[in-house]
Design a protein around this ligand. Structure first.
Ligand SMILES: [Zn+2]
Ligand SMILES: [Zn+2]
Length: 284
């Protein structure tokens, strides 16, 4: 929560200095404000996991936060979902009418969110309700995030980092969408695309398909060596990263995702896709 508030502060400073923010940052700020406001009212209680249970789940590779333990408050979720639609409507060209119909029905919302959370494809559900899948996923993500991050923050300290090292988040099971190399040793940490949890991963190897053949794995560094774009020939994905050994300034990871959209463009121009979005080619 502190990070999100710092991000809002930083964006406010930048706006003051430059007069206005780029549209993508305005949109991001609108979503973040909705989430930060909601977080204040959401319980941060740890969902009753004992040490033994945690160690069994970690050993078996089962993420700690099951759907049932998420215990989202659905009326609050619904408000957040509606606020997300309003922000999407204001800041993008997306057609939100079909989303509004779902937003009026708590049971439908819960059903869609469960499918999204459990990692199944939203495509059939979105199709049968006449909604764009990507748009639905974006609104769900915005609305569920305050619930996810509050639980994640209370659980991440229980994860034995050296033991996990898997391709998915130890808390919610989500895929990473950002990485960083730490200041101390340059170890590579992944950041969850859904709940912002961070976990230790190997330096080499693709966190989407598991390939670790040096021939298929590469990265391109920015001129100042601060950023890296990792690519995988095997599943044709990219992952953005920041090398914290090359900066003394404060780095806010959630903001870095948005500040590095140029790297997304570069990755896509070279024929790669973000490995956290959509389904892998072999799942289609
Ligand atoms: Zn997660
Ligand atoms: Zn791969």
């Amino acid at each position: 929560m502190e990070v999100d508030s710092r991000v809002l502060e930083k964006l406010g400073d930048r706006q003051e200095k430059e007069g206005s923010l780029p549209e993508i940052l305005e949109f991001y700020r609108a979503l973040l404000r909705i989430q930060v406001e909601a977080r204040a009212a959401i319980s941060t209680a740890q969902p009753g996991l004992t040490k033994t249970k945690v160690s069994v789940q970690i050993r078996k590779g089962i993420p700690l936060l099951k759907w049932d333990a998420l215990s989202a408050d659905w009326p609050t979720f619904q408000n957040l979902f509606q606020a997300a639609i309003a922000a999407i409507d204001e800041h993008t060209t997306s057609e939100c009418e079909s989303l509004r119909k779902v937003a009026a029905d708590t049971a439908l919302l819960e059903e869609a969110t469960r499918i999204w959370y459990e990692g199944s494809s939203l495509s059939p559900w979105a199709g049968s309700h006449g909604i764009d899948e990507e748009l639905l996923a974006a609104a769900i993500h915005c609305a569920i995030k305050p619930f996810l991050t509050s639980k994640a923050e209370s659980l991440i300290g229980l994860v034995p980092q050296k033991q996990w090292r898997r391709e998915y988040c130890p808390i919610c099971g989500g895929k990473p969408d950002f990485a960083y190399l730490d200041k101390e040793r340059g170890s590579r940490w992944l950041v969850c695309s859904r709940c912002d949890s961070e976990w230790l991963f190997q330096r080499l190897g693709c966190p989407y398909c598991g390939n670790n053949d040096p021939e298929a794995q590469a990265y391109f560094a920015s001129e100042d060596d601060l950023y890296r774009l990792y690519t995988c020939q095997s599943c044709k994905t990219y992952l953005k990263a920041i090398d914290l050994r090359h900066t003394e300034s404060e780095v806010l990871l959630p903001l870095e995702r948005v500040l590095t959209v140029d790297m997304d463009r570069q990755g896509q121009e070279q024929g790669y896709r973000g490995g956290w979005a959509g389904t892998a080619p072999d799942e289609q």
